[in-house]
Design a protein. Sequence first.
Length: 179
Amino acid sequence: MEQHRTRPPHIRARRTTPSLPPQAARDGRRPARPAVVRRPAPPVVQAVRRFPNPRLTGLGGGLFCIAAMLVLGCLDALTFGSLTLYGVLFLPVCALTAVWVRRNDLVTAPVVVPIAFAVGIVPVAEGGDGLGARLMGLVTALATEAGWLYGGTLVAGLIVTVRKIRLMNRRRRANRRPL
């Protein structure tokens, strides 16, 4: 029995045109092809290309962000104990999470970032001896550092939005090519 595909492919395969022999000019000579000149990439682009480029799933991106913020929170609590330093360190973690997450899981980055902020601020937040005092210190720290939380979420959201727009444009261009 013949099996048919149940789903159409997402991106149509490109068909290549059969290669034709080069056309001769009117005087019988081959036409000159323009030389393709490739310029080397700027040093900044070359440096960025050398960075690692992992592609994390939604869960992996969440675990990376939460683990990084927990480690940074513990290090901050051991050294300076500054909530402002914690907030400043939060921004690059947000950017890395948004850049490293896979294309299919782009939506998870702006969702995971605030959760990671709350988990990582636990060691840095001031508190007393009891559970109630510790919880009140955590709520106070989250309230006073809400600017960093919103800023990091905005950074992750902007990066994810730009990546999604570029992905949609790339797919549109690939589907528009003639067969």
